[in-house]
Design a protein around this ligand. Structure first.
Ligand SMILES: Nc1ncnc2c1ncn2[C@@H]1O[C@H](COP(=O)(O)OP(=O)(O)OP(=O)(O)O)[C@@H](O)[C@H]1O
Ligand SMILES: [Mg+2]
Length: 367
């Protein structure tokens, strides 16, 4: 009998009704005691607010509509969902499973994700034994669903073994393969599935869902706080909810600086100071100033580089110096990610800014 634990917990974790007592923090003591006892309230918000139905998903309406049509026509193909984290891939398949099987989904869905061992033996034994038994009580065309979440972590050997299994059991099983990087899935499997790409959510979709959670939890969020949350999410709904929950736990009022403090991202006004200093002060003054700020605020240079990149997008610069700076930022980011020293890379960043300033001066002199 295959293990259904993963599917069980995922499924039961997605309640949608929230009791009044669970809303807000710091309400009447009796209420907060009741809330503490409620297991729903102990869940991370990403699970508490995991969309339970396909219509709860705020994004990718085209994908959900297509999938619904497949289900209605009883012609579900094998599916391959791919795209960056926190965009609703797992939520979509879970909502879909519920839509197909109703309460009986636990017996009809085998969910395996990266925390389970998914070597070649699992494909041979667990998947095969689940796939080879027929679903007799179903009103869903008789097929069961196997969800292979985070399939890009599967070995190539296991993926190759899967090819045959997919073909052999197509009569009673549909596979849904989910991954972040589609190029890590072998072409033979890709060609057996209908592919759907999950793009990062549009920022107004993130806002819609955030508003929903903010209302239910009674968070005190200022307008600039909400804008910062949306901007930092970069279309990753999971990140937006996690940051909101962390801020809610740490601050009574969630404003822009609360959000930046919680995430450890440099505040835009600090970034502006840094860029101004790098452009206008002489090398050593600027180096000392930026290092001091970096130490006092506990900033990582990589986050600073990201912040500077965002800032450069909002200011006017002559084309030559913008191109030069962007190129340098890219290189510095890469060197930092491969273990370059923060001290040397900071000097490189300063040097690059100085050259960019010279380029703009030349440009101004020409005119
Ligand atoms: N389209 C959406 N509508 C509403 N909520 C969403 C949506 N996408 C993501 N979320 C929220 O983000 C959380 C994470 O989403 P989900 O687990 O589906 O992401 P994923 O695409 O599977 O990410 P990963 O690639 O990291 O596994 C969900 O629990 C839900 O709260
Ligand atoms: Mg997922």
């Amino acid at each position: 009998m295959p293990s259904l634990d993963a599917a069980d917990t995922e499924m039961s974790d997605a309640p949608v009704s929230i009791s009044a007592a669970a809303k807000g923090k710091g309400r009447a003591p009796a209420d907060s005691e009741a809330a503490a006892a409620d297991p729903v309230d102990l869940l991370p918000w990403v699970e508490k607010y995991r969309p339970a139905t396909l219509s709860d998903l705020v994004s990718h309406k085209d994908i959900t509509a297509t999938v619904e049509r497949f289900i209605e026509a009883n012609r579900l193909p094998h599916l391959l969902f791919y795209g960056p984290p926190g965009t609703g891939k797992t939520s979509t398949i879970l909502a879909m499973a519920r839509r197909i099987y109703g309460d009986g989904f636990r017996n009809n869905v085998l969910e395996l994700n990266a925390s389970d061992d998914r070597g070649i033996e699992v494909v041979r034994e667990q998947i095969k034994s689940f796939a080879s038994t027929k679903n007799v009580f179903s009103n869903s065309g008789g097929f069961k669903l196997i969800v292979l979440d985070e399939a890009d972590a599967m070995t190539t050997a296991a993926q190759s073994a899967l090819r045959r299994v997919i073909e052999q059991y197509t009569r009673n099983v549909r596979f849904c393969i989910i991954c972040n990087y589609v190029n890590k899935i072998i072409p033979a499997i890709q060609s057996r599935c209908t592919r759907f790409r999950f793009n990062p959510l549009e920022l107004d979709q993130v806002e819609d869902r955030l508003n929903h959670v903010i209302d239910h939890e009674g968070c005190n969020v200022t307008q600039d706080g909400k804008e910062a949350l949306i901007k930092l999410s970069k279309g990753d709904m999971r990140r937006a909810l996690n940051v909101l929950q962390a801020c809610h736990a740490a601050y009574d009022r969630i404003d822009e600086s609360a959000v930046y403090n919680c995430t450890g991202n440099p505040h835009p006004s600090d970034i502006e100071d840094i860029v101004n200093s790098m452009m206008n002060d002489d090398f050593s003054t600027s180096y000392n100033r930026v290092s001091a700020l970096k130490t006092s605020k506990g900033m990582a240079l990589a986050d600073m580089v990201n912040g500077i990149y965002d800032f450069l997008m909002t200011v006017k610069l002559p084309a030559q110096s913008r191109i030069y700076l962007l190129d340098q930022l890219g290189q510095i980011e890469h060197r930092l990610s491969t273990g370059g020293s923060e001290r040397i890379q900071l000097s490189a960043l300063l040097g690059a800014t100085k050259i960019a300033v010279q380029l703009s001066e030349k440009d101004a002199a020409k005119k």
